[in-house]
Design a protein around this ligand. Structure first.
Ligand code: HEC
Length: 137
């Protein structure tokens, strides 16, 4: 009796699986649109370049600090799925992991706008990270 090889089936299943998890192919974002979106929606918690050097929440990393990380692009591309953002952010087409009521002002952002923010974040990489003196002279 001839044995049927499951190899082609295995490969096509793997390829289909990869396709499911691949990020959607989006055009490169517009950094200027990303800047406006970031200042509008993110600056109440994050320091964003020279826009609000003494603003944001002290415990939250500034955009320029995150931008310097090795995996910065990935972090900005997926920020909407990373804590704490899903608690107050809606992205059309992306399931929320919680139905709990938002504890911060809610807003909506599209996947295309996420790419604009990524493009803007790339421009912050070269900015210095300001450190404020908290004690001493
Ligand atoms: C209500 C406050 C708040 C708002 C608004 C907010 N963030 Fe954040 N963000 C946080 C906090 C807090 C963290 C740190 C989470 C941690 O370290 O676990 C964070 C972390 C991040 C990180 C790093 C994620 C990681 O896992 O390393 C990115 C990127 C980010 N935010 C992008 C954004 C962008 C882009 C916006 C606006 C569209 C935004 N955030 C709006 C509070 C906020």
């Amino acid at each position: 009796m001839k044995r049927h090889s499951l190899f082609p089936l295995l490969i096509s299943t793997l390829v289909a699986g990869l396709n499911l998890t691949a990020p959607p192919a989006l055009a490169d974002g517009d950094p200027e649109k990303g800047r406006i979106l970031s200042e509008q929606h993110c600056s109440r918690c994050h320091v964003i370049g020279d826009f609000n050097p003494f603003g944001g929440i002290g415990s939250t990393a500034s955009f320029q600090m995150i931008a310097k990380m090795k995996d910065a692009v990935e972090r900005f591309q997926s920020f909407y799925a990373r804590r704490p953002h899903p608690a107050f952010l809606t992205v059309p087409g992306v399931d929320k992991w919680s139905k709990a009521p938002a504890y911060a002002t809610e807003f909506t952002i599209t996947l295309e706008q996420v790419e604009d923010i990524v493009a803007f974040a790339k421009t912050l990489k070269k900015l210095p990270i300001r450190r404020t003196r908290t004690r001493g002279r």
